[in-house]
Design a binder for this molecule. Structure first.
Ligand code: DC
Length: 255
């Protein structure tokens, strides 16, 4: 019996495009926190009419569940394999396309949590949570499934190294810490989250450290990834940079 009294809410649902024997590819975008991975990934997915999956949103949704159930980080880290499996059996993550934006949003046990998972409280816990083996194992399994028909852009930390080591295009994004913190601060403020620049900077530094030092699938650049430092690039410039890489692969691009 699981300690979490949450009814199952149906299986994973994602609006898949019909599988044509296509020249569609997988685009893996990895990099540090807050360096604009999702902005680029969404723009590319839109341009190519591909699916977009924000893998960080999945770890954030798991973190939200843990916080909602008053499980502390130390309790989590002390769980036995069986307890951890029981916990994960109660967590259903799915993506559904928002008809207004055309983008996929993350659902936790049937509820849209796309906004709530951006809270700094979730950001503060998500790196240690995502370092736990059973959690990574379950999320990576789901992520691999999403790419089975190609035609997908996925961003995260281990997409080019673990999830899709054979992705046709891998981009590793980076930018100066101060610039990343300011961008994230502006974004959070514009969404109504009350945070200080110092808090955002600390969170970014802590996550960079945990994400690059964890034992399982640490953030690192895949050997065949192309580096994109966007410290001094506009969104349009970074988009153009990536689009040029796609053109070089002769991938069909809708006009
Ligand atoms: O992309 P993001 O900042 O929303 O990701 C939140 C956290 O999730 C990040 O600090 C590390 C973890 N993460 C991960 O371990 N592997 C991924 N593929 C994506 C995110």
């Amino acid at each position: 019996m699981s300690p979490f009294n949450i009814p199952p809410t149906g299986s994973f649902v994602m609006q898949e495009k019909p599988s044509v024997k296509s020249q569609k590819i997988i685009i893996a975008i990895d990099g540090y926190s807050s360096c604009g991975k999702s902005t680029l990934a969404k723009a590319l997915a839109k341009k190519l009419a591909y699916s977009y999956i924000d893998s960080g949103a999945m770890y954030r949704a798991v973190t939200l569940f843990i916080q909602q159930h008053d499980i502390s980080l130390s309790q989590l880290e002390e769980m036995t394999q069986k307890q951890m499996e029981g916990l994960m059996d109660n967590i259903q993550i799915s993506f559904h396309v928002n008809p207004d934006s055309g983008l996929s949003e993350v659902f936790l046990n049937g509820l849209n949590v796309e906004k709530r998972i951006r809270d700094l409280k979730v950001s503060d816990w998500v790196s240690p949570v995502s370092a736990i083996h059973e959690i990574r194992h379950r999320m990576v399994e789901l992520q691999k499934g999403y790419g089975s028909h190609k035609g997908i852009v996925m961003d995260g930390r281990d997409i080019g190294t673990e999830v899709f080591p054979k992705a046709e295009l891998k981009i590793f994004m980076t930018a100066k810490k101060e610039i990343r913190a300011k961008r994230r601060f502006d974004e959070l403020n514009s969404k109504g989250f009350m945070v200080t620049l110092d808090e955002v900077m600390k969170n970014i530094q802590d996550r960079d450290y945990t994400d690059t030092h964890r034992s399982e699938s640490p953030l690192r650049q895949a050997e065949d990834a192309i580096i994109l430092d966007n410290s001094n690039l506009t969104e349009q410039e970074q988009f153009q940079f990536a689009l040029n890489l796609i053109k070089e692969l002769n991938v069909p691009i809708p006009v």
